[in-house]
Design a binder for this molecule. Sequence first.
Ligand code: CO
Length: 208
Amino acid sequence: MNLQNVFKNNKEWIKNKITTNPNYFDELGKGQDPEFLYIGCSDSRVTAEDLMGLGPGEVFVHRNIANMVTGTDLNAMSVVEYAVVHLKVKHIVVCGHYACGGVKAAMQSQDLGILNPWLRNIRDVYRIHREELNAITSEDKKYDKLVELNVQEQCINLIKTAAVQKAIRERDLKVHGWVFDIHSGKLIDLKIDFNNILESIREIYHLD
Ligand code: CO
């Protein structure tokens, strides 16, 4: 790809935005007030705003390999803290995707260097749900299920943080688990019952 095209595309994009709304960039420059925090995979095929039909200013985004929310990851934890406490987002979405390379790598016996500790968190998800996953005979279906269970566990990791616990209690912050089906383009709401989960883990993870 010729990088000059990127700058040409950018000029085109500015022109389109100003044609629709002459004040577009003045308004954008005033600040942000997004309702969503989106935590997704870094995979180039799974764009955040694009697949939701949203634009600049509407989504606070964090992406990493396999959409992980790890309590010791200063990057992810800072994003959550800023989005929840300061931007006061109304919804947090953890969005996984089928055919996730990170999840696939975690299912294989292979030394991947510095990726090992990152992918180990996905292996932990497998261990927690081992019985359910081992009962699935189709490798493809097992892989899809691990993608879904990983989303669920990352949502639970969000609920373990003090900022999210406080915002759920005080202003009804919602946490959602979604999967992007890369084969059809569809967004699937896993409809995870967080009230139940929150209740069942409160005894162990309650902070605030
Ligand atoms: Co991925």
